[in-house]
Ligand binder design. Structure first.
Ligand code: ATP
Ligand code: MG
Ligand code: FE
Length: 355
């Protein structure tokens, strides 16, 4: 039967119901407000908001799908990685529902859900067959991952300091823009000259495909220092935004070239996460992929940022993979939420006990 999926790992409270073939029957999502005044997600506020929002959201989603709880085949939730308070709320709610309905519960790794989104039927022209290279760029993540199959992920590189979205948000804050800063910075950059201000390209040309953004952030703050508390001239702010954005695109493009070398079997580059919304970065990635004769795909933005559809899809793929391997369907009723949950550990799910 259909899967009912819950997402609560950060500041999005979301529920979705998917048919076994991945068709979305209904979905609801609330991007929590109440964090902007603090300039970032406040974990305690997020957890309380999930608790307040989830019951209504789930019953509304069932109503949208014209379904009774008994019509659901199984329940899934993101159980990590993420903010532990929200994960406890979502996982507890999902497990409670599963118990009450006497249905299986499937734990979903949130990053795996991002990684598999592009495989949702009909989403990406030509589909996303394994293996492909995934660039995950969001507020909390910045990684290159070789996606080789369901449960089979190889991390090729990641950030050694800030995530890309975090860098956008911090630089936007320095420029006096409101949070979340990425979209505001991109808008300001449209009025600027990307070659106006010289900024470093951290790690560019270095072996491997790790990322670093803190040096870039520091360089931006040094350019701003002479202005102290005085208001920034608009032209200068726009030039700095455009130059920063170009530096990020350059760095990411360079790192992706390296990742291609580390994964020569890839024929497709998939970009996911909120920063995938950035049109300058997207255009650059498309260009880099094309120069290598590879396809480039990014799911629509609504599915790039946190949502429950991807959680339901990852749960369906997990069940299908278990069936394909002749394993019993997953039952995670005793799984606990985990703030950290490396993707590499996902292979354990399909390891048969043959000792
Ligand atoms: P995760 O736990 O997956 O990291 P998150 O909520 O932090 O979740 P997302 O919701 O995927 O991340 O993305 C939000 C991030 O994307 C923010 O840092 C935001 O500034 C950034 N972002 C959104 N749009 C743009 C844009 N047009 N340009 C640059 N950055 C953007
Ligand atoms: Mg978010
Ligand atoms: Fe996410």
């Amino acid at each position: 039967g259909p899967v009912l999926a819950i997402e609560s790992s950060c500041d999005e409270t979301a529920c979705a119901i998917l048919a076994p073939d991945g068709t979305c029957l209904a979905q609801r999502l609330i991007s929590q407000d109440g964090h902007a005044d603090f300039g970032g997600v406040v974990p305690e506020i997020a957890a309380r908001a999930h608790l307040a929002l989830l019951p209504g959201l789930v019953s509304q989603t069932l109503k949208d799908a014209a379904m009774a709880p008994e019509d659901i085949g199984f329940i899934a939730a993101s159980t990590g990685p993420g903010l532990i308070g929200g994960l406890i709320v979502g996982t507890g709610f999902a497990k409670g529902l599963a118990l009450a309905l006497n249905k299986p519960f499937v734990a979903v790794n949130h990053v795996e859900a991002h990684a598999l989104t592009a495989r949702l039927p009909g989403l990406v022209p030509g589909g996303a067959p394994f293996p492909y290279l995934l660039l995950l760029v969001s507020g909390g993540h910045c990684q290159c991952i070789a996606v080789e199959g369901v449960g089979q992920y190889r991390k090729l590189g990641g950030t050694i300091d800030d995530a890309a979205g975090e860098a956008f948000d911090k630089v936007a804050k320095m420029l006096g823009l409101s949070w979340p800063g990425g979209p505001a910075l991109e808008k300001l950059a449209r009025d600027g000259n990307p070659d106006a201000i010289a900024l470093p390209r951290p790690l560019a040309g270095r072996a491997g495909c790790d990322f670093s953004f803190s040096g870039l952030k520091t360089a931006v703050s040094q350019k701003l220092a002479p202005y102290g508390q005085t208001a920034l001239p608009y032209r200068f702010a726009a030039d700095l935004a455009a130059s920063f954005q170009q530096a990020v695109a350059d760095v990411v493009a360079n790192r992706i070239q390296q990742a291609f070398d580390m994964m020569p079997e890839a024929t497709l580059l998939v970009c996911a996460g909120g920063v995938a919304a950035n049109t300058v970065l997207r255009a650059r990635l498309e260009e880099v992929a094309a120069s290598r004769g590879l396809r480039f795909a990014a799911p629509p933005l609504k599915l790039c940022t946190d949502n429950a559809v991807m959680v339901g899809w990852a749960a369906l793929e997990t069940c299908q993979e278990a069936a394909r391997r002749g394993l019993p369907p997953p039952d995670d009723s005793t799984t606990r939420p985990r703030p950290r949950w490396p993707l590499e550990e996902m292979t354990q799910r399909f390891e048969t006990e043959t000792q």
